[in-house]
Design a protein around this ligand. Structure first.
Ligand code: ATP
Ligand code: MG
Length: 446
């Protein structure tokens, strides 16, 4: 993309409504615009990152064997009356009447709808195990929407639902989700720590939240610092293997890590004192096993191998896709702006032309732009007629991990400059070498 032709409404001033850095940077970098409280338009740059995050979630869900689909945002109240949640959900639910006076609602989550689909089409244990998921907009009329996309009213969420014959099978689905979530967050350059959580209104005995440590996080968390040494990495895993998935769960959840809802002072005291940590965290996902709560209430049953009809065991598993943009920025920025991890960056590299209009500089930039594109990469070329200082400030704000700087002086010696946004280190090299290096970096990223 050429910056002169893009739509990137960068703000020079710090917007006064933003209380935390990620919200401020998203507004300044022209990623979002508030439409009304807690509801945002996703401007082109923000939309690009949202799609990248969504794609990673899709890829990792499907790698784990989960099946994508799409359910609507508007739901009929009748289903929620069946489960008993129409009254329980309270003011957070946006209730709507259609022209016939029928009660509808904008879905805050989808347990009822998916259970209805399941009961209409599945009747035998032979169709199990089954995990369906979608990534769809949700609405929760939060009392205090704030922090930009972190606590919106309309937000984008992946929610998945497993259906299993037995509790044992459903717990394997739970473990499988935990593994797939670890991979998902790591691909976004994030450490999200599974912490024992509370079932809340959905209920359930088994639940973990995934938290990204950040001062601005809304949850208070308590953990053994040894959990921060764990990484899943690129190890191979067979998602069908009960033992392998259980071993990962054991590895990542056996050390103390809890949110304030389940915090236990006595247990925490058993952690060696030097490793006890109290901090704040951003919830970027949650997994639940809740047994037969919805299947019993809504009659989602299958015939088992012995011919008896039994309610299925279920769980639900969510990732805050739009919240993740804020969480990633909270975890990765500096005074100058965002620092995107390579896995989610809106553009792979920026090209800065120090002397727009200089024949040689223009030609070198065009050649770099074309070679990066030819390799399937997505560069952002700042081809505006602006001072170098302004161009650097914009690139730093946008946070692309790599910048190639092209100027007449370097070109005389046959070199351009390649700069890492994270370290600030620059290296001079021939343009082809810069392209080669960027291609290599991204080849290592799934
Ligand atoms: P919270 O405790 O932050 O209100 P929740 O536990 O009610 O969230 P879940 O039902 O677990 O949310 O939803 C799954 C994920 O969706 C959460 O882990 C979070 O990342 C994201 N999410 C929930 N509410 C919001 C919101 N208002 N804005 C943006 N993302 C949200
Ligand atoms: Mg939650």
């Amino acid at each position: 993309m050429r910056l002169s032709r893009y739509f990137l409404p960068v703000l020079k001033e710090n917007p006064s409504e933003a209380q935390i850095v990620s919200h401020r940077l998203m507004l300044r970098a022209g990623m979002i615009k508030q439409a009304s409280a807690g509801i945002y338009s996703w401007l082109p740059l923000g939309f690009k990152v949202l799609r990248k995050i969504e794609n990673i979630v899709h890829e990792e869900q499907q790698r784990a064997g989960h099946i994508p689909m799409l359910m609507p945002t508007l739901q009929s109240a009748d289903l929620w009356r069946e489960s008993g949640r129409y009254d329980d959900y309270g003011e957070e639910m946006l209730r709507i009447k259609d022209r016939h006076g029928r009660d509808m609602l904008y879905g805050p989550t989808n347990e009822e709808l998916i259970t209805d689909i399941f009961r209409s089409h599945v009747g035998s244990y032979k169709d199990l195990p089954l995990t369906l998921y979608h990534i769809q907009w949700k609405f929760r009329d939060e009392i205090r929407p704030r922090f930009g996309v972190m606590r919106g009213r309309e937000f984008f969420m992946k929610d998945g639902y497993n259906f299993d014959l037995t509790k044992e099978d459903a717990l394997h689905a739970y473990n499988r989700h935990l593994v797939s979530y670890l991979r998902t967050y790591e691909r976004m350059g994030l450490q999200a720590i599974p912490m024992r959580a509370d079932g809340g209104p959905i209920g359930g005995d088994y639940t973990h939240e995934f938290l990204v440590l950040a001062e601005t996080g809304e949850s208070e968390v308590f953990y053994d610092s040894a959990v921060t040494d764990l990484t899943f990495g690129d190890r191979a895993i067979d998602y069908d293997s009960v033992d392998q998935c259980a071993a990962v769960l054991e590895e990542f959840t056996s050390k103390y890590a809890r949110t304030d809802e389940t915090h236990d002072e006595a247990l925490f005291a058993e952690v060696p004192e030097a490793r006890q940590r109290t901090a704040r965290g951003i919830e970027v996902g949650q997994i639940f096993y809740f047994g037969t709560k919805y299947s019993e209430a809504m009659g989602a049953k299958v015939q088992g191998p012995d011919g008896k009809t039994v309610p299925v065991h279920m769980g639900s598993h969510g990732i805050g896709v739009s919240r993740l943009l804020g969480a990633i920025i909270e975890a990765s920025h500096d005074d100058k702006g965002i620092i995107w991890p390579e896995g989610v960056t809106p553009f792979h590299a920026g090209i800065v032309n120090l002397k727009q209009g200089d024949e040689e500089a223009d030609a070198a930039c065009e050649a770099l732009y074309a070679s990066l594109k030819a390799l399937g990469l997505d560069p952002l070329y700042d081809d505006r007629n602006e001072r170098a200082g302004g161009k650097f400030a914009t690139m730093d704000l946008l946070g692309l991990p790599w910048r190639i700087t092209v100027g007449p002086r370097g070109l005389k010696n046959g070199v351009v400059e390649l700069t890492s946004r994270r370290t600030g280190e620059s290296e001079e090299m021939p343009p082809e070498a810069a392209v080669e290096k960027i291609a290599q970096i991204y080849a290592g990223i799934a």
